[in-house]
Design a protein around this ligand. Structure first.
Ligand code: NAD
Length: 467
């Protein structure tokens, strides 16, 4: 069955090579109607999977998806045009272009933490680029997986788009087939499995992975604003966000004041008492028991190592609840610093000089995101030039992802490749080089054999005069 799907999708992509932009626009419009008409069902599925508050569902799954779609609709004509590029003097008389062609059959494998957005957002790029697409959503968000399956099967023919539900065994089976591109969003560990599988067929891969995104607050920052934005970003989706601030580096002279502000902000957002926080309708649950257990283990380890809890620490395994938690003065060797937290626990470290932060970041795998809260241009330059990360966001958290003019993707352990806007269109296309010689372009004929000293002199002159 999968074999047939892949073959039909490859055929579909071949037919799409010559698409009129209006055809692609039509595909995007169908997806747009599917989302706008089913917003309530989407929110309901997200609530059933992990009690995601409606505001967060609309803000982080529906809104950015529609923005991505509308941006693609607005620009699809431009993206599909043959693009003229410059031609060097030596090739005078010729013209050069790039042309985007569909890759063929693309496999999108998505995670559970933003189950709708992280499945349908790459789909926007894949459809805009004219591909056939197979989607494998995460089994950990079954309501969202089933909903996407039902809605997409109603809207698209299987030769263009198929959803195949299942867990790791399904992905393993899918990877045996000759997809032309595998777009994976998930953990770094599984990313390696995907890359190995894709290599069998020399499929291109995009890996959107995770990791520990540091957040730095220096003594020049607007501390009130920083506390608000960090608390919002860390506890949004109960911390289950690939670009959530994973840990905090606060400059020592503002540490005490800043942690007071963080605690205050947590109370403002979710309530004062542990009971109020637990019953807050603004705070999601952990996706399942396995991940709740993992987070509980990290908290128990912190407790056993006398790490100070500024707030939180409560866990209810039956409800997959972990309270918003601040851990202070974490030693860099603590267990919680050895893995992506992916939950509502924020460890805090202090620094005196920014060089300590730079060294710490550079000694660890390259993060997906670095957040810097600072009003010092000097510090901004230091972090921008002396560290490496997928993105850098200054004085705000999460929202940079909503700018389709910026590529989104990791580097090193946090990923390979990028998407959003035109970057997504390019990720799901082959950029073909097109070169056209004109009658005037005869300069290179002078180098053809038989070779003699004149031709040798000519090559040497081209090199010497940098023509
Ligand atoms: P995961 O890697 O466990 O699963 C992702 C997908 O891979 C799922 O569809 C799953 O079914 C499949 N899968 C799992 N194990 C597999 C295996 N052994 N073989 C083949 N397929 C397998 O990730 P997750 O838990 O769903 O998501 C959380 C991770 O994803 C975090 O690390 C997070 O940082 C990362 N993430 C990254 C981004 C990004 O845009 N860079 C976005 C969201 C999440």
């Amino acid at each position: 069955m999968i074999e047939q799907i892949v073959l039909h999708q490859k055929d579909f992509a071949i037919r799409s090579r010559n698409d009129n932009p209006l055809t692609r626009l039509g595909h995007l419009e169908k997806l747009e109607s599917l989302i706008t008409e089913n917003q309530n069902e989407i929110c309901k599925a997200l609530f059933e999977d992990f009690k995601k508050p409606e505001v967060e569902a609309l803000m982080s799954e529906v809104l950015p998806l529609l923005k991505e779609l509308r941006f693609a609709k607005k620009n699809i004509r431009k993206w599909m045009k043959l693009k003229r590029v410059k031609t060097p003097t030596l090739l005078l008389g010729s013209k050069s272009y790039t042309h985007l062609e569909p890759l063929g059959s693309c496999l999108i494998i998505s995670p559970w933490n933003y189950p709708i957005y992280l499945t349908l957002s790459p789909l926007v790029s894949a459809l805009a680029a004219g591909n056939g697409v197979t989607i494998k959503p995460s089994e950990y968000a079954p309501h969202c997986s089933r909903l996407m399956h039902r809605l997409l099967a109603k809207t698209f023919k299987s030769e263009q788009l198929t959803v195949i539900e299942g867990g790791p065994e399904t992905t393993t089976e899918l990877l045996k087939h000759p997809f032309d591109h595998v777009f994976f969003t998930g953990s770094t560990v599984v990313g390696k499995v995907i890359m190995r599988g894709a290599s069998e067929h020399l499929a291109r891969v995009t890996l959107e992975l995770g990791g520990k995104s540091p957040t730095i607050v220096d003594n020049s920052a607007n501390l009130h604003e920083a506390a608000k934005k960090i608390v919002w970003a860390k506890f949004f989706n109960a911390g289950q966000t690939c670009v959530a601030p994973d840990y905090l580096f606060v400059q020592a002279d503002v540490h005490d004041h800043f942690v007071r502000l963080l605690r205050q902000e947590i109370e403002n957002s979710f309530g004062k008492s542990p009971e109020a926080k637990k019953s807050s309708a603004s705070f999601a649950r952990i996706i399942n028991r396995k991940h709740t257990d993992r987070l509980k283990g990290l908290l128990e380890n912190a407790l056993a190592n006398n790490i100070s809890f500024l707030t939180g620490g409560e866990v209810d395994l039956d409800q997959n609840y972990v309270a918003p938690t601040l851990l202070d003065k974490i030693p860099p060797t603590a267990e919680i610093m050895g893995q992506e937290i992916f939950g509502p626990i924020l460890p805090i470290m202090t620094f005196k000089d920014l060089s300590e932060v730079v060294s710490f970041i550079n000694d660890n795998p390259k993060p997906l995101m670095i957040y810097l809260y600072s009003n010092s241009n000097f510090n901004l330059r230091v972090i921008m030039r002396e560290t490496s990360s997928g993105s850098l966001s200054v004085n705000d958290s999460l929202i940079s992802l909503m700018n389709p003019h910026l590529p989104f993707g990791g580097v090193g352990a946090s990923g390979l490749g990028s998407y959003h806007g035109e970057f997504g269109m390019e990720t799901f296309s082959h950029k073909k080089a097109v070169f056209k010689q004109g009658f005037a372009g005869r300069i290179m004929n002078r180098f053809y054999p038989p070779y003699d000293n004149g031709k040798l002199g000519l090559v040497k002159a081209v090199i010497r005069f940098k023509i």
